[in-house]
Design a protein around this ligand. Sequence first.
Ligand code: ZN
Length: 124
Amino acid sequence: MKQLTVEEATKRLYEIANAEKIFIPYLTDNITKAVEMYNKIFAEEQVELYITRNRDRHFSPLDNYEVPKCPDCDIDMMIRVGGRDPETEILYKTVWYCLACGAEYYSDKTIEEWQNELPKRAKE
Ligand SMILES: [Zn+2]
C-alpha cells in the first residue's frame, strides 16, 4: 500500500484550501471545478481531490455519517474519490486515508454506496 507522508498530505490539503480560497465563491461554488481550475493555473503536479468530512465544508458528502476510524490512530479517516494501489496497479473507486499516519485503505464502493452503508451521525 502507498503510504502518504504527512508532508505530502499537508501539501495536498494546502493546495485544496488554496483552490477553495481563490475560486470560491468568486467563480464557482463547486470544489471539483475549483480544483481543476487551480490545477490548470497554479499546480505543477495534479492534486487529487480530497473529500473531507469537515463539517464546515458544505461539499463533503459524508459530513452526516459515521466514518471509519484509523485502526492505529483511532481518529476519523478521510475519503477521496479514486486511487490506484501502486503494488498491484488496480484502480479503486474510493480510498480511505488517515492524515495522522498516512495509512490508505482501498475500496470498490462509490461515495454513494458508502452513504448507503454508513450509519448517520447523531445530531449534536
Ligand atoms: Zn492512522
